[in-house]
Design a protein around this ligand. Structure first.
Ligand code: MN
Length: 745
């Protein structure tokens, strides 16, 4: 099938745009370079002949668009443009890598080969996706351009995601948030990182996206007026000092505004740092760029008072992705804090276009940043070669390692270590040695004793205190941020858990034997549901660890095990067979063994995900657990869901899942409270919950310190509406500072 006349016109137009972009970017040194690009275009056009994208456009427009991104938005050169044009040729057509090598060069062939393998990773519907990804990265870390082109490819696919069905959208956006966003961040491609995040949000949370972008527009006028007022005196001094500069007000991305609203549970109107002022100036050859930045800082702080603890000097120690700038927050007019970012043109280019821009400035600076990148690549290679429990763990760790070291701390001997921002003393202990981490009990930070969970800051000197008898606890996983610490703790806990499982299994059969009870599926399920265990391993390990005592085992088995505790939820799938499933609490013998074919005959059971515990009213997504064929219902915002969808996208349930409202059931939710500790306040809270709202509480935990109390209350609610009404009423109690639903537990 050939192109139609309209197709030809469209293709010609886009191709000319690409040629124009290459001309403007001056990437071609000679006629040979131009020929290279032209040949790639003709080969790709021929290879994709007659193929359409889902949107109905000729396929060749996609590689052209990727090449445009690569040259315009990232600033790569001829080879990358050629590889972009050819990136889907081997994957989707009859052409082979050998063909590419003969027509072009071994280098181009190697890049296209890399891109083809990358494509394979994400098209794979199997669980070896992670393992595959690892292998590909291992071969690719030699040429970062391949990863960058893959990012450009993903960016274009995200820009055109609208024509994909819902389950594909969930799979693709999850992969994007899980892997491509951190990759873009790590490579310093901030503009692309933000756009990817915004696009993910646009497709996954369209309502919230629209709302925030509308509010940004509505407040535009007032904001500009404020920015003008704020910048006027700064402009005056910059002009006085004959500095060539641009000054602008930069709005936070929609995604980052939304993240902040969620994290702090505040409204759009309550976010005060919605924009920052950015000054980009042409540095003079003398004095140093650093000195010139500080001079501007000094001029600004003569006008506005700075907030000392908000000063960020990423010039003396750049971020590991090469980011350099001076950030300061100052008190502006009307008592509003304003962030001011100061950077040179060179720093700005690098910030906007990532490390590709370094090449442009290579001769100008000692390549401190490239050393950083080299170090990172070395770290990745080590991580890839190192032993890991499973490919999935590897993927998680890889993702963690994408986030960069941003603070520098010191050992008692003065050795410097880079640690991620937000790291704790425990992270540092593991950074030094696994053994030190595993036996850590506390730390001396700047000679002062602190708990091992204490956060560390740039410049801290840290000595770890250890004890032979100490060992890792599960809670530590919440405290650490580095992949090394996480992995070491997990390894220890896994070993410990395995011991507990074996021990617990033995204890249970002994106890059952003593009571002459035969151990079968029904008995086990009853015990599991009584102790709220999701599976046998959890039950055994809890018995083994002494968390569950088997003292009243016989009594418990005589009673009818409460069906309320191990819950199977009734939900309704539109486009299913039209009936709400009616499997609530039904006991069937064969559900015991994960027999997929038999389970498939039945309607799937719905299980509430333990990680995020959605309640009716929450937006939810179904994930089919391949082992049991159960559909696990997660909150749409759940991080675990994102991870699963990025790794096993095919298990996302196609249909949208809605809550069935036919039967009044209660769901567990946890609420976090903080307030001033006055006498009777707890009574007031429990009265609102149990009397005014007739809601059952499962657990209440209150901690007092220095006249402040922090509380966690677990309770059973019907839906989000119910919960929100309750929270509104608790908020009205005198002394309550903040009340919110716990998002992750
Ligand atoms: Mn592609």
């Amino acid at each position: 099938m050939n192109y139609t006349a309209e197709d030809e016109i469209l293709i010609d137009r886009r191709w000319n745009e690409l040629v124009e972009s290459c001309r403007k970017a001056r990437i071609c040194k000679n006629e040979e370079d131009w020929n290279f690009i032209r040949r790639a275009f003709f080969l790709a056009k021929e290879a994709h002949k007659g193929v359409k994208r889902r949107s109905g456009e000729p396929y060749i427009l996609h590689p052209i668009a990727v090449a445009m991104i690569v040259v315009n938005e990232i600033g790569l050169g001829v080879k990358s443009v050629v590889a972009s044009l050819l990136h889907d040729v081997v994957e989707d057509t009859d052409y082979t890598v050998e063909d590419i090598e003969q027509t072009f060069s071994p280098k181009i062939a190697a890049m296209v080969d890399g891109l083809t393998k990358m494509a394979g990773v994400f098209n794979t519907e199997a669980s070896e996706q992670a393992e595959y990804f690892r292998k590909v990265l291992l071969t690719l870390s030699d040429d970062v351009r391949v990863i960058i082109i893959k990012l450009a490819d993903r960016l274009h696919n995200m820009r055109t995601l609208g024509s994909m069905p819902l389950n594909k959208q969930i799979k693709i956006t999850s992969e994007t948030i899980y892997l491509f966003v951190p990759l873009a961040y790590r490579l310093g491609l901030y503009a692309i990182k933000s756009e990817l995040e915004d696009l993910c949000m646009k497709y996954r949370f369209p309502k919230e996206y629209e709302e925030i972008s509308r509010k940004i527009e509505d407040t535009q006028h007032a904001r500009q007026a404020f920015i003008d007022k704020f910048t006027a005196p700064i402009i005056e001094v910059l002009d006085r000092d004959n500095i060539k500069y641009e000054i602008s007000g930069r709005i936070k991305s929609i995604y980052s505004i939304w993240q902040k609203m969620q994290r702090k549970q505040i409204s759009f109107e309550e976010i005060y740092d919605i924009f920052a002022i950015r000054i980009v100036f042409q540095a003079l050859p003398f004095p140093s760029e650093k000195t010139q930045c500080w001079q501007i800082y000094s001029s600004i702080t003569d006008i506005y008072t700075p907030k000392q603890e908000r000063l960020r000097d990423w010039i003396s120690i750049p971020k590991s992705n090469g980011y350099e700038a001076l950030h300061s927050t100052v008190m502006g007019p009307d008592g509003i804090w304003v962030e001011v970012q100061i950077r040179t043109q060179r720093m700005d280019d690098i910030a906007e276009r990532g490390f590709a821009a370094h090449w442009k400035y290579k001769h100008a600076t000692i390549s401190k940043d490239e050393d950083e990148l080299d170090k990172w690549l070395k770290k990745i290679r080590n991580a890839l070669n190192g032993p890991t429990d499973s490919a999935i763990d590897f993927l998680d760790n890889f993702k963690l390692s994408l986030y960069t070291s941003e603070i520098v701390v010191f050992t008692p001997k003065g050795e410097a270590h880079k640690m991620p921002n937000g790291a704790t003393a425990l992270d540092f202990a593991y950074e030094i040695h696994t053994k030190i981490g595993n036996h850590a009990i506390g730390a001396k930070i700047n000679h002062k004793i602190e708990p091992i969970t204490a956060h560390i800051n740039s410049g801290d000197q840290i000595e770890i205190i250890t004890a032979e008898t100490a060992h890792p606890k599960a809670e530590w996983l919440e405290v650490v941020t580095t992949s090394k610490a996480q992995q070491s703790i997990k390894t220890f806990l896994k070993r410990e858990r395995q011991n507990n499982i074996e021990h617990g299994q033995k204890m249970l059969s002994e106890q059952l034997g003593r009571h002459n009870i035969i151990q079968n599926g029904r008995v086990l399920r009853k015990i599991m549901s009584s102790y709220e265990c999701l599976n046998k391993d959890e039950l055994y390990s809890k018995i083994g660890a002494g968390i569950i005592s088997l003292d009243n085992l016989d009594k418990l088995l005589k009673e009818n095990a409460s069906k309320k505790i191990l819950k199977f939820w009734k939900l309704f799938i539109p486009g299913g067979n039209g009936n709400a499933t009616d499997e609530t609490g039904t006991e069937s013998e064969h559900a015991e063994t994960p027999q997929t074919n038999r389970a498939l005959d039945k309607e799937p059971e719905f299980v509430i995900a333990e990680c995020c515990r959605p309640i009716p009213g929450d937006r939810v997504v179904g994930y089919r657990d391949p082992a049991t064929n159960h559909i696990i219902v997660h909150k749409a915002t759940c991080e675990t869901l994102t991870r699963l969808a990025a790794q096993f996208g095919k298990n996302i349930v196609k249909e949208e899942i809605k809550w069935s409202q036919q039967k009044a059931e209660s769901y567990l939710a946890t609420v976090e409270l903080r307030g001033i500790d006055r006498s009777g306040i707890i009574l007031d809270i429990t009265k609102v919950i149990t009397v005014d709202f007739s809601i059952n509480m499962r657990e209440i935990n209150i901690r007092n310190h220095d006249g402040i109390f922090d509380g966690l209350i677990s309770l059973y609610v019907k839906n989000t509406e119910d919960l929100n009404a309750l929270l509104d009423n608790i908020r009205k109690i005198k002394g309550i500072e903040s009340v919110k639903r716990l998002i992750n537990y």
